[in-house]
Design a protein around this ligand. Structure first.
Ligand code: B1N
Length: 837
């Protein structure tokens, strides 16, 4: 049923933290009634849920106006260094719950509404997910916003206000169908439009070089797009801080067009023009970890960068002195290569508008900029054709050419005569502009997102760059915010933790380590079990309402929820379930724990094999769920439209977290961290942050399997491996691989031939067959452990207890000290606390 939306959990009153909002229940009730009446000219009893929700958001915004203003004022007064996190995606998720929670207003609001006969949960559910991101990268940016504000640090987001977010996924007959995500349809009340702070962004045209003593670059004949900012408040956790996420929207100045000579007074033309302009911020590209060389994407990137930088510089000028001081007052962080045009754009402003020398401008730029790489997938590395770049951004093109020239000269000094190396490292080569190279050259810091990922960058993908400037390279293992990913989505667990070790963990997640002492405690284990069960019941209720499938809440909930991608190996999971099903069919009395296998995730619109994987999962679900002979021992469900809100429902209810990419491919993963914080046990490969999760929890508390990254890379060097041998040697595996095409899925025909071929005839690039036996054995170990409930619950507790270092508060503190050089004494993390990680 498309109408059924994932609900939200209730927070318990006892989770009150430090600062008090100062607003009483009575006050809240009165303010709320007034708000409804003023907004709708009608009484609370007569307005719709949507109206009630909107009025509540508007009231919360009123409450946060003062801290927002005070925060800005404080930044101006103290001249504190400001960090701007540029990201083409911010996957925020719903904001009402998190803002109430961080403002310390949750209990008051809940109470006030209930006295008015309303339910906060219902109103929270009205909210559309602002889905302005694809997956991990965008969600990470959102977690960092929460941590920056909650640590009381001056960090802001710069992003795009897409008219349509990531598509809404519906499953029709087992297939993914994409629908526009019209998230703004009912309005978005969290942001504030700031038309007075709009700036112009210029595209196309040409550059005239004027030389009278000093060379000047005159950009002419360009098209102008108006960038209008919308500011979203980012509320810190009970600390009175409110930072800003600035989202840019493209608009046309129609009045000018209608009057312009070319346009005549032709309204039709004006409308067409406005449509092409607005196209710029219309859609989020629905690709995760892939690169599409679309001109519109390049324009989006420049639009964000130019608008963002102009507004930063305007603000800087109002409050500060000379631009030479810029890097001491401003840090700009580039989230993957998408906003890397920050580098040439800042240079352009400093050179053309501020008349600085190249050397001055270059030093300021490099000192200001830092860059995070999020993937080593070759298909995600951005390169733009030189021609396209020159046409769309003629002035920036000249600047990039100059950067390349200076840089290649310095390479030549270091490696005289080594043309091959220089052309491999150049920013422009073979008529393409390499954005990652530009990022490495123009930033003072380059980081990966987990230890293994950074090692691979340093020793393989970016080895030559690292040899040339080793000091730039560093690791910052990702993290997630425990406030959204435990407190908000799993209030019952949060309550149990607080009852056990006190409330400080919400701000000092390292303190979760104290749980270790209680992990074998029967009373604690009993509560933990109860919490999990309660969360499973909530998820089962949703699944029943939405999909009409009944789940056994006493079964093991085993979840793989993430984008569908060959390297993430949903197929491995599927083949294992098929094998389990076959075993049950052979021996209906087989003594296995009942399992519920949960899948969720979107496939990129043009990624055919991934879309077929969804159909494969749904075909398996049809088969298994309708086979009476296995007596509900296994169930398979694919939950439609996986997004932040659905994650908030699935993660707390999960026992087993599937993190099974081919080693070396998943830069970090962040879902793995969310599951562990909620007490799920990971079954995973030694990839990305899984390795660090293993270090944190110890090898008894995680189940690892499969090839290591080193082994995978060694196979690639040797030209791959022979999947036929594995297939021949393992009967159970041979059976399931054959079942992809032999009529086992009655209506599938040749639908899964692509999967079959990629496993057997195309060399099994992702080592699915190679890792199968080890994956199956790992599952057997898991089941053994699960049977011994006290052992299992101890594992769950250990995962929660050691999840502190995967808090984005820790990650952010590291970025702040090591990269942005924000004074460490302003960080709430004491040196000794940092040691714990
Ligand atoms: O970034 C996450 C990591 O935890 C994941 O391992 C990684 O896969 C993910 C182009 C991407 N890398 N690259 C992207 C997204 C959109 C796009 O258009 C690339 N996403 C990741 C956070 O570090």
């Amino acid at each position: 049923k498309p109408g059924v939306k994932p609900g939200t959990a209730v927070l318990d009153a006892a989770q009150a933290g430090p600062a008090d909002s100062g607003i009483t229940v009575e006050q809240f009730k009165q303010d709320y009634r007034n708000k409804v009446e003023r907004m709708y000219g009608d009484g609370l009893e007569r307005v719709s849920d949507l109206d009630k929700y909107n009025a509540l958001v508007s009231l919360v915004r009123d409450y946060l106006a003062e801290p927002w203003l005070n925060t800005k004022e404080k930044y101006r007064r103290t001249g504190a260094k400001q960090v701007y996190y540029f990201s083409i995606e911010f996957l925020l998720g719903r904001l009402l719950g998190s803002n109430l929670y961080n403002l310390g207003l949750n209990e008051v609001c809940q109470q006030a509404l209930s006295e008015l006969g309303l339910d906060l949960r219902t109103l929270r559910q009205v909210e559309e997910d602002p889905g302005l991101g694809n997956g991990g990268l965008g969600r990470l940016a959102a977690c960092y916003l929460d941590s920056m504000a909650s640590l009381g640090l001056p960090g802001h987001g710069m992003g795009m206000r897409y008219r349509y977010g990531l598509f809404e996924q519906r499953i029709v007959d087992g297939y993914q169908r994409e629908y526009a995500d019209d998230w703004l349809m009912d309005g978005f009340y969290w942001d504030v439009r700031k038309p007075a702070e709009a700036v112009e962004v210029r595209f196309g045209g040409n550059v005239r070089i004027k030389s009278n003593g000093k060379t000047q670059y005159i950009h002419e004949g360009y098209e102008t797009v108006l960038a209008v900012p919308y500011d979203v408040p980012v509320v810190g956790y009970r600390n009175g801080m409110v930072n800003t996420l600035r989202l840019w929207s493209a608009e046309a100045r129609l009045s000018e067009v209608v009057c312009a000579p070319q346009g005549g007074s032709d309204c039709q033309k004006a409308v067409e023009y406005s449509q092409t302009v607005e196209e710029l911020s219309n859609i989020l590209y629905p690709d995760d970890s892939t690169y599409e060389g679309k001109a519109l994407r390049l324009k989006q990137q420049y639009f964000l960068v130019s608008a963002g930088l102009q507004s930063i510089i305007r603000n800087y000028r109002e409050n500060n002195g000379h631009l030479r001081e810029f890097p001491h007052k401003i840090a700009i962080h580039i989230n993957d290569t998408h906003p890397v045009l920050c580098i040439p754009e800042l240079l352009r402003i400093l050179l053309d508008e501020e008349q600085l020398t190249w050397e001055e401008a270059w030093n300021i730029t490099v000192q200001t900029m830092s860059y995070t790489n999020h993937t080593i997938l070759p298909e995600a590395l951005e390169t733009w054709p030189e021609d396209l770049f020159r046409t769309v951004l003629p002035r920036l093109y000249l600047i990039v050419r100059d950067i390349n020239e200076y840089y290649c000269r310095s390479l030549w000094e270091a490696y005289p005569g080594d043309w091959d190396r220089i052309s491999r490292m150049a920013i422009i080569s073979y008529n393409r502009i390499h954005m990652a190279h530009l990022a490495i050259v123009g930033c003072h810091s380059v980081n990966g997102v987990a230890e293994l990922h950074t090692d691979i960058l340093k020793n393989k993908i970016m080895k030559e760059f690292c040899d040339f400037s080793p000091a730039k390279f560093n690791n910052k293992t990702n993290g997630v915010t425990q406030r959204r990913w435990v407190s908000l989505c799993n209030p019952a667990l949060a309550q149990l933790i607080t009852d056990t070790i006190g409330p400080r963990w919400v701000e000092h997640p390292q303190e979760l380590a104290q749980l270790e002492r209680h992990s074998a405690d029967t009373a604690f284990q009993h509560h933990l079990l109860k919490v999990k069960l309660q969360n499973k019941v909530a998820l089962a209720k949703y699944v029943k309402e939405k999909h009409g499938i009944t789940l056994d809440v006493n079964s093991i909930f085993d979840s793989q929820v993430k984008r569908i991608h060959a390297y993430k190996r949903q197929t491995l999971n599927v083949l294992h379930i098929m094998a389990l099903y076959n075993r049950l069919k052979e021996n209906p009395l087989l003594d296995i724990e009942p399992h519920t296998f949960i899948f969720g995730g979107k496939a990129a619109v043009n990624y055919h094999i991934a879309k077929n994987t969804i159909k494969l999962i749904n075909s398996l679900a049809d088969l298994v769920n309708n086979d009476k002979s296995i007596r509900d021992k296994i169930k398979v469900v694919f939950l439609e439209n996986y997004n932040v809100s659905l994650a908030e429902l699935i993660i707390p209810a999960t026992d087993v977290s599937e993190q099974i990419p081919t080693a070396s491919y998943e830069a970090s993963g962040t879902g793995n961290m969310k599951f562990m914080m909620n007490g799920a046990v990971t079954i995973g490969t030694l990839d990305g942050a899984n390795i660090e999760i293993k270090q944190a929890v110890g090898e008894d508390n995680i189940i690892v399997f499969g090839l290591t990254a080193e082994e995978v890379l060694a196979y690639y060097r040797g030209g791959g491996y022979n999947p036929w041998e594995v297939y021949q040697d393992n009967e159970r595996l041979r059976q399931v691989v054959d079942q992809l095409i032999n009529g086992f899925f009655p209506a599938a025909g040749d639908l899964f031939r692509g999967h079959f071929d990629s496993l057997l005839h195309q060399g099994d690039h992702f080592f699915v067959l190679k890792d199968f036996a080890s994956y199956e054995a790992a599952h057997q170990v898991l089941d053994e452990r699960y049977k011994d409930r006290p052992v299992w619950l101890k594992m769950c507790s250990a995962n929660i207890a050691h999840s502190g270092r995967f808090s984005s508060d820790r990650t952010f503190a590291e970025y702040a000290t090591d990269i942005w050089h924000i004074r460490p004494d302003t960080l709430p993390f004491s040196a000794s606390e940092k040691q714990i990680r």
